[in-house]
Design a protein around this ligand. Structure first.
Ligand SMILES: [Zn+2]
Ligand SMILES: [Zn+2]
Length: 332
């Protein structure tokens, strides 16, 4: 099976070459609704920072931190590794948990997230990539959410296979009830729980909720911006994605991005069990242990080393067992 998936990964890279980066000059069309929504949430989040160091109850901070971790996991283990890449299988209860965690992030539906992400992998850093990093750090970080999609994103997005996502009852439920679910899970519950259970004021609870939202959004966005700009390329020096430890820390394990673009079907999104800061992998491993997650896909070390030798930049991977030494790559 592995050679097939390796060929699939190579084919995806070929697809990306079909769309020339910045093929035509493009005049941005600003989405003022999104500018107002994201602008307000960012200002409210910065204001929320003041409450963190002044009058917020410690329980509100602890509760919000747990929700922040859960929302990042909802994106990384749910929308990303499960639904975008099908790198493992999850039973119904785990899918419901991941859908709720993803709703906590406020990043619209997991279906939309996965559709954009499949486009991102298939047409990386071209006009058909929703957050084309050739347009700069700000665009790939959050600017792409503030403008109307490029026509090439819309055109290629309509052609991409999403049949598995459309058949998924959990994703369908989230799509059909997105306004209600996001209102309850992302905004109302995180604000009202601190108010009713330990007497936090609405003003404080609301702004710390906004802070949690913007932290999750910006942490996840670092994968598209920083991990396409700064770092090394041990597996393929011809693509923009990089290995970036800061992004790994902020996203609970998604900063091994050069590896991930070369082997997107690996459920670890990292090489050689590179697990130290990969909380998302540990989360999936835990659910595999109790039988809720299964069919975890990985890539053999030999294939990884061979690929690094063939197309890597020679910088070595994160793991001692697979690092570049003078005269070639050392396989542990
Ligand atoms: Zn990427
Ligand atoms: Zn991915």
């Amino acid at each position: 099976m592995v050679p097939d998936v390796l060929r699939e990964a190579e084919r995806l890279h070929e697809d990306a070459k079909l769309v020339a980066p910045q093929a035509e000059p493009w005049k941005f069309q600003i989405s003022y609704t999104n500018v107002v929504i994201f602008g307000y949430l960012h200002l409210a989040g910065i204001y929320g920072l003041l409450f963190c160091v002044s009058k917020a109850h410690w329980a509100t901070l602890f509760f919000s931190f747990i929700l922040l971790v859960a929302s990042v996991i909802g994106v990384t283990a749910g929308a990303h590794r499960l639904w975008s890449h099908r790198s493992y299988k999850a039973n119904l209860p785990l899918q419901i948990i991941l859908m709720l965690f993803h709703s906590l992030s406020g990043q619209y539906t997991a279906f939309n997230w996965a559709r954009d992400h499949r486009l991102h992998h298939k047409y990386s850093d071209t006009d058909a990539d929703p957050h084309n990093a050739t347009r700069g750090f700000f665009y790939s970080h959050i600017g792409w959410l503030l403008v109307v999609k490029h026509p090439e994103v819309k055109r290629r997005g309509e052609a991409i296979d999403l049949s598995d996502l459309l058949r998924n009852p959990v994703l369908t439920f989230q799509r059909k009830n997105v306004v209600l679910i996001l209102s309850l899970v992302c905004y109302i519950m995180p604000t009202t729980v601190p108010m009713f259970f330990w007497g936090e004021t609405f003003h404080t609870a609301w702004h710390i909720m906004a802070l949690r939202f913007v932290l999750c959004l910006n942490f996840v966005s670092l994968i598209n911006s920083a991990a396409h700009t700064f770092g090394t390329k041990p597996y393929d020096k011809n693509i923009m994605p990089t290995q970036n430890m800061s992004v790994t820390l902020a996203t609970l394990g998604e900063g091994f991005h050069n590896y991930h673009h070369v082997f997107p079907f690996d459920y670890r999104a990292a090489e050689l069990g590179n697990n130290t800061f990969n909380l998302t992998t540990k989360f999936i491993d835990f659910f595999a242990l109790i039988g809720w997650a299964s069919d975890l896909k990985t890539v053999g070390q030999e294939s990884i080393v061979r690929r690094a030798e063939r197309t890597g930049d020679g910088s070595g991977s994160w793991k001692e067992e697979c690092k570049v030494v003078p005269g070639g790559l050392k396989s542990g």
